[in-house]
Design a protein around this ligand. Sequence first.
Ligand code: SF4
Length: 309
Amino acid sequence: MRKGLRSTNEVNSHFGLNLEPSSYEVFIPSHMNELIQKEGLEGIHAKQFLPSNLENSDDGLEDPIGDQQKYVAPQLIHRYDNRALFTPTTICPVICRYCFRKNELSSKHEIFKADFEKVISYLSVHTEINEIIFSGGDPFMLSASKIKFYLEEFSKLSHIQFIRFHTRTPISLPKYICDEFIEVIHKFNNRFNDINVVIHINHIQEITTDAMDCIKKLGARFSLLSQSVLLKDVNNNVRDLKDLFLKLHALNIRPYYLHHPDQAKGAMHFYLSIEEGREIYRKLRREIPGWLLPQYILDSPDGSGKKNL
Ligand code: SF4
Protein backbone atom coordinates (compact mmCIF):
# COMPACT_ATOMS: atom_id res chain seq x y z
CA MET A 1 0.00 0.00 0.00
CA ARG A 2 2.87 2.37 0.78
CA LYS A 3 4.07 2.21 -2.81
CA GLY A 4 0.62 2.89 -4.27
CA LEU A 5 -0.25 5.94 -6.37
CA ARG A 6 -2.27 8.53 -4.47
CA SER A 7 -2.83 11.50 -6.80
CA THR A 8 -3.45 12.33 -10.45
CA ASN A 9 0.06 13.78 -10.57
CA GLU A 10 1.56 10.48 -9.46
CA VAL A 11 -0.60 8.63 -11.99
CA ASN A 12 0.51 11.02 -14.74
CA SER A 13 4.19 10.56 -14.03
CA HIS A 14 3.92 6.78 -13.54
CA PHE A 15 1.96 6.14 -16.76
CA GLY A 16 3.15 9.11 -18.85
CA LEU A 17 -0.34 10.63 -18.96
CA ASN A 18 -1.60 14.18 -18.89
CA LEU A 19 -4.80 13.91 -16.84
CA GLU A 20 -6.48 16.91 -15.25
CA PRO A 21 -6.53 16.83 -11.44
CA SER A 22 -9.52 14.79 -10.22
CA SER A 23 -11.92 16.09 -7.58
CA TYR A 24 -11.90 12.59 -6.12
CA GLU A 25 -9.39 10.61 -4.14
CA VAL A 26 -6.94 8.41 -5.99
CA PHE A 27 -5.43 5.22 -4.69
CA ILE A 28 -4.01 2.41 -6.81
CA PRO A 29 -1.91 -0.20 -4.96
CA SER A 30 1.43 -1.06 -6.50
CA HIS A 31 0.59 -4.59 -7.69
CA MET A 32 -2.39 -3.14 -9.56
CA ASN A 33 -0.13 -0.63 -11.30
CA GLU A 34 1.82 -3.60 -12.57
CA LEU A 35 -1.39 -5.18 -13.89
CA ILE A 36 -2.36 -1.92 -15.59
CA GLN A 37 1.05 -1.70 -17.19
CA LYS A 38 0.82 -5.30 -18.38
CA GLU A 39 -2.72 -4.99 -19.83
CA GLY A 40 -2.33 -1.44 -21.20
CA LEU A 41 -4.55 1.60 -20.84
CA GLU A 42 -7.45 -0.13 -22.59
CA GLY A 43 -7.40 -3.03 -20.12
CA ILE A 44 -10.09 -3.63 -17.51
CA HIS A 45 -7.90 -2.53 -14.58
CA ALA A 46 -7.00 0.79 -16.21
CA LYS A 47 -10.64 1.45 -17.07
CA GLN A 48 -11.88 0.75 -13.55
CA PHE A 49 -9.11 2.30 -11.47
CA LEU A 50 -7.25 5.03 -13.39
CA PRO A 51 -8.80 8.49 -12.93
CA SER A 52 -10.30 10.07 -16.03
CA ASN A 53 -11.01 13.64 -17.11
CA LEU A 54 -14.64 12.53 -17.56
CA GLU A 55 -14.98 12.47 -13.74
CA ASN A 56 -14.99 16.23 -13.64
CA SER A 57 -18.42 16.38 -15.28
CA ASP A 58 -21.32 17.71 -13.17
CA ASP A 59 -23.75 15.08 -14.45
CA GLY A 60 -25.20 12.60 -12.00
CA LEU A 61 -26.16 12.54 -8.33
CA GLU A 62 -24.03 13.00 -5.21
CA ASP A 63 -26.15 10.47 -3.32
CA PRO A 64 -27.35 8.14 -6.09
CA ILE A 65 -29.00 5.53 -3.85
CA GLY A 66 -30.47 7.84 -1.22
CA ASP A 67 -28.14 6.76 1.63
CA GLN A 68 -28.45 10.14 3.30
CA GLN A 69 -32.20 9.71 3.70
CA LYS A 70 -31.73 6.38 5.43
CA TYR A 71 -28.86 6.88 7.79
CA VAL A 72 -30.11 6.67 11.33
CA ALA A 73 -26.92 6.96 13.39
CA PRO A 74 -23.29 7.67 12.52
CA GLN A 75 -22.05 4.87 10.24
CA LEU A 76 -25.46 3.16 10.26
CA ILE A 77 -27.98 3.01 7.39
CA HIS A 78 -31.33 1.34 8.01
CA ARG A 79 -33.15 0.83 4.72
CA TYR A 80 -34.84 -2.58 5.10
CA ASP A 81 -36.64 -3.60 8.30
CA ASN A 82 -34.57 -6.67 9.09
CA ARG A 83 -31.07 -5.47 8.28
CA ALA A 84 -28.78 -2.49 8.76
CA LEU A 85 -25.68 -1.37 6.92
CA PHE A 86 -22.70 -0.53 9.12
CA THR A 87 -19.91 1.53 7.51
CA PRO A 88 -17.01 1.55 9.99
CA THR A 89 -14.32 2.81 7.59
CA THR A 90 -13.77 5.00 4.54
CA ILE A 91 -10.58 3.16 3.60
CA CYS A 92 -10.59 0.98 0.48
CA PRO A 93 -8.03 -1.41 -1.04
CA VAL A 94 -8.25 0.62 -4.27
CA ILE A 95 -10.38 3.61 -5.24
CA CYS A 96 -12.82 2.41 -7.89
CA ARG A 97 -13.62 5.21 -10.30
CA TYR A 98 -17.22 3.95 -10.72
CA CYS A 99 -17.93 3.88 -6.96
CA PHE A 100 -21.49 4.93 -6.10
CA ARG A 101 -20.29 6.42 -2.80
CA LYS A 102 -17.43 8.38 -4.37
CA ASN A 103 -18.91 11.78 -3.47
CA GLU A 104 -19.59 10.81 0.15
CA LEU A 105 -16.24 9.06 0.58
CA SER A 106 -14.28 11.98 -0.91
CA SER A 107 -16.00 14.54 1.25
CA LYS A 108 -15.80 12.29 4.36
CA HIS A 109 -19.52 12.91 4.72
CA GLU A 110 -20.89 12.85 8.26
CA ILE A 111 -22.45 9.48 7.44
CA PHE A 112 -18.96 8.10 8.12
CA LYS A 113 -18.17 9.92 11.38
CA ALA A 114 -17.74 7.39 14.16
CA ASP A 115 -19.95 7.32 17.27
CA PHE A 116 -20.31 3.65 18.09
CA GLU A 117 -22.37 4.22 21.24
CA LYS A 118 -25.10 5.72 19.07
CA VAL A 119 -24.91 2.70 16.75
CA ILE A 120 -25.42 0.34 19.67
CA SER A 121 -28.23 2.39 21.20
CA TYR A 122 -30.10 2.42 17.88
CA LEU A 123 -29.64 -1.32 17.38
CA SER A 124 -30.63 -2.11 20.97
CA VAL A 125 -34.13 -0.75 20.51
CA HIS A 126 -34.59 -1.96 16.92
CA THR A 127 -34.97 -5.63 17.63
CA GLU A 128 -36.44 -6.21 14.15
CA ILE A 129 -32.86 -5.96 12.81
CA ASN A 130 -31.38 -9.44 12.62
CA GLU A 131 -28.52 -8.84 10.19
CA ILE A 132 -25.58 -6.41 10.23
CA ILE A 133 -23.98 -5.76 6.87
CA PHE A 134 -20.44 -4.40 7.13
CA SER A 135 -19.78 -2.05 4.23
CA GLY A 136 -17.70 1.06 3.76
CA GLY A 137 -15.15 1.89 2.48
CA ASP A 138 -14.10 -1.71 2.85
CA PRO A 139 -14.49 -3.51 6.20
CA PHE A 140 -11.68 -5.94 5.35
CA MET A 141 -9.28 -3.00 5.59
CA LEU A 142 -9.94 -2.87 9.35
CA SER A 143 -7.49 -4.42 11.76
CA ALA A 144 -8.19 -7.82 13.35
CA SER A 145 -8.62 -6.14 16.75
CA LYS A 146 -11.15 -3.63 15.41
CA ILE A 147 -13.23 -6.32 13.70
CA LYS A 148 -13.12 -8.35 16.90
CA PHE A 149 -14.35 -5.37 18.90
CA TYR A 150 -17.31 -4.75 16.58
CA LEU A 151 -18.29 -8.41 16.42
CA GLU A 152 -18.10 -8.72 20.19
CA GLU A 153 -20.36 -5.71 20.61
CA PHE A 154 -22.89 -6.95 18.04
CA SER A 155 -22.83 -10.42 19.55
CA LYS A 156 -24.19 -8.93 22.82
CA LEU A 157 -27.43 -8.07 20.98
CA SER A 158 -29.33 -11.35 20.91
CA HIS A 159 -31.55 -10.31 17.96
CA ILE A 160 -28.51 -10.00 15.65
CA GLN A 161 -28.33 -13.41 14.00
CA PHE A 162 -26.50 -12.81 10.72
CA ILE A 163 -23.32 -10.99 9.75
CA ARG A 164 -22.42 -10.07 6.22
CA PHE A 165 -19.26 -8.41 4.89
CA HIS A 166 -19.14 -6.62 1.54
CA THR A 167 -15.55 -6.39 0.42
CA ARG A 168 -13.29 -5.82 -2.58
CA THR A 169 -10.09 -6.55 -0.67
CA PRO A 170 -9.85 -10.30 -1.58
CA ILE A 171 -9.70 -9.22 -5.24
CA SER A 172 -7.87 -5.90 -5.12
CA LEU A 173 -5.46 -6.36 -2.21
CA PRO A 174 -5.61 -10.08 -1.36
CA LYS A 175 -2.33 -10.27 0.55
CA TYR A 176 -3.62 -7.69 3.01
CA ILE A 177 -6.00 -10.28 4.52
CA CYS A 178 -3.97 -12.27 7.01
CA ASP A 179 -4.81 -15.56 8.71
CA GLU A 180 -5.30 -13.82 12.07
CA PHE A 181 -8.00 -11.58 10.57
CA ILE A 182 -9.87 -14.58 9.14
CA GLU A 183 -9.59 -16.55 12.39
CA VAL A 184 -10.87 -13.64 14.48
CA ILE A 185 -14.04 -13.49 12.41
CA HIS A 186 -14.34 -17.27 12.23
CA LYS A 187 -14.49 -17.53 16.02
CA PHE A 188 -17.87 -15.79 15.83
CA ASN A 189 -19.32 -18.57 13.67
CA ASN A 190 -20.56 -20.18 16.90
CA ARG A 191 -22.41 -17.08 17.96
CA PHE A 192 -24.08 -16.03 14.71
CA ASN A 193 -26.30 -18.23 12.51
CA ASP A 194 -24.28 -17.36 9.46
CA ILE A 195 -21.36 -15.18 8.42
CA ASN A 196 -21.38 -14.34 4.71
CA VAL A 197 -18.67 -12.64 2.72
CA VAL A 198 -19.83 -10.89 -0.44
CA ILE A 199 -16.89 -10.36 -2.77
CA HIS A 200 -17.00 -7.40 -5.10
CA ILE A 201 -15.68 -8.30 -8.57
CA ASN A 202 -16.56 -7.17 -12.08
CA HIS A 203 -14.35 -9.12 -14.47
CA ILE A 204 -12.69 -12.54 -14.66
CA GLN A 205 -9.31 -10.88 -15.35
CA GLU A 206 -9.38 -9.52 -11.81
CA ILE A 207 -8.98 -13.05 -10.45
CA THR A 208 -5.23 -13.34 -9.98
CA THR A 209 -3.37 -16.23 -8.34
CA ASP A 210 -3.15 -14.19 -5.11
CA ALA A 211 -6.89 -13.51 -5.24
CA MET A 212 -7.59 -17.23 -5.69
CA ASP A 213 -5.40 -18.11 -2.69
CA CYS A 214 -7.27 -15.59 -0.57
CA ILE A 215 -10.68 -16.81 -1.80
CA LYS A 216 -9.70 -20.39 -0.92
CA LYS A 217 -8.87 -19.38 2.64
CA LEU A 218 -12.08 -17.40 3.05
CA GLY A 219 -14.15 -20.15 1.45
CA ALA A 220 -12.86 -22.66 3.99
CA ARG A 221 -14.42 -20.54 6.75
CA PHE A 222 -17.42 -18.63 5.37
CA SER A 223 -20.17 -18.74 2.76
CA LEU A 224 -19.01 -16.72 -0.23
CA LEU A 225 -21.23 -14.66 -2.53
CA SER A 226 -20.39 -12.12 -5.19
CA GLN A 227 -21.62 -8.77 -6.35
CA SER A 228 -20.73 -7.14 -9.64
CA VAL A 229 -21.58 -3.88 -11.33
CA LEU A 230 -22.44 -3.71 -14.98
CA LEU A 231 -20.05 -1.07 -16.35
CA LYS A 232 -19.86 0.48 -19.79
CA ASP A 233 -16.68 -0.55 -21.63
CA VAL A 234 -15.62 -2.88 -18.80
CA ASN A 235 -18.04 -5.82 -18.69
CA ASN A 236 -21.19 -4.82 -20.59
CA ASN A 237 -21.16 -7.91 -22.78
CA VAL A 238 -22.46 -11.45 -22.39
CA ARG A 239 -19.13 -13.22 -22.87
CA ASP A 240 -17.29 -11.42 -20.06
CA LEU A 241 -20.16 -11.87 -17.61
CA LYS A 242 -20.61 -15.53 -18.51
CA ASP A 243 -16.87 -16.19 -18.03
CA LEU A 244 -16.95 -14.36 -14.70
CA PHE A 245 -19.95 -16.21 -13.26
CA LEU A 246 -18.66 -19.63 -14.38
CA LYS A 247 -15.29 -18.88 -12.78
CA LEU A 248 -16.94 -17.71 -9.57
CA HIS A 249 -18.90 -20.96 -9.47
CA ALA A 250 -15.65 -22.91 -9.90
CA LEU A 251 -14.31 -21.03 -6.87
CA ASN A 252 -17.41 -21.87 -4.79
CA ILE A 253 -18.68 -18.29 -4.86
CA ARG A 254 -22.39 -17.90 -5.55
CA PRO A 255 -23.15 -14.98 -7.91
CA TYR A 256 -25.58 -12.89 -5.88
CA TYR A 257 -26.05 -9.40 -7.33
CA LEU A 258 -25.42 -7.81 -10.70
CA HIS A 259 -25.99 -4.10 -10.11
CA HIS A 260 -27.13 -1.75 -12.79
CA PRO A 261 -24.69 1.20 -12.51
CA ASP A 262 -25.88 3.99 -10.23
CA GLN A 263 -26.07 7.51 -11.61
CA ALA A 264 -23.22 8.76 -9.44
CA LYS A 265 -21.73 12.17 -10.12
CA GLY A 266 -18.18 11.66 -11.37
CA ALA A 267 -18.97 8.13 -12.63
CA MET A 268 -21.49 8.77 -15.38
CA HIS A 269 -19.01 7.63 -18.04
CA PHE A 270 -19.65 4.07 -16.78
CA TYR A 271 -23.41 4.44 -17.08
CA LEU A 272 -25.50 2.52 -19.60
CA SER A 273 -29.24 2.39 -20.20
CA ILE A 274 -31.56 -0.03 -18.43
CA GLU A 275 -32.67 -1.29 -21.85
CA GLU A 276 -29.08 -2.23 -22.72
CA GLY A 277 -28.61 -3.89 -19.34
CA ARG A 278 -31.84 -5.88 -19.68
CA GLU A 279 -30.84 -7.06 -23.15
CA ILE A 280 -27.47 -8.32 -21.85
CA TYR A 281 -29.15 -10.06 -18.91
CA ARG A 282 -31.78 -11.65 -21.17
CA LYS A 283 -29.04 -13.12 -23.39
CA LEU A 284 -27.01 -14.19 -20.36
CA ARG A 285 -30.02 -16.16 -19.10
CA ARG A 286 -29.76 -18.33 -22.23
CA GLU A 287 -26.07 -19.01 -21.70
CA ILE A 288 -25.73 -20.07 -18.06
CA PRO A 289 -27.89 -22.15 -15.68
CA GLY A 290 -30.60 -20.16 -13.89
CA TRP A 291 -29.10 -20.97 -10.50
CA LEU A 292 -25.85 -19.34 -11.57
CA LEU A 293 -27.53 -16.12 -12.60
CA PRO A 294 -27.21 -13.29 -10.07
CA GLN A 295 -30.16 -11.00 -9.42
CA TYR A 296 -30.01 -8.02 -11.77
CA ILE A 297 -30.94 -5.06 -9.63
CA LEU A 298 -31.14 -1.30 -9.45
CA ASP A 299 -30.79 0.73 -6.25
CA SER A 300 -33.41 3.47 -6.32
CA PRO A 301 -32.11 7.06 -6.02
CA ASP A 302 -34.99 7.82 -3.59
CA GLY A 303 -33.45 5.51 -0.99
CA SER A 304 -36.29 2.97 -1.19
CA GLY A 305 -33.87 0.15 -1.97
CA LYS A 306 -33.19 -2.52 -4.55
CA LYS A 307 -35.53 -3.37 -7.38
CA ASN A 308 -35.18 -6.38 -9.68
CA LEU A 309 -34.83 -5.37 -13.32
S1 SF4 B 1 -13.93 -0.65 -2.73
FE1 SF4 B 1 -16.15 -0.27 -2.72
S2 SF4 B 1 -16.43 1.55 -1.44
FE2 SF4 B 1 -14.25 1.45 -2.02
S3 SF4 B 1 -14.06 2.70 -3.87
FE3 SF4 B 1 -14.40 0.60 -4.55
S4 SF4 B 1 -16.64 0.45 -4.81
FE4 SF4 B 1 -16.25 2.27 -3.56
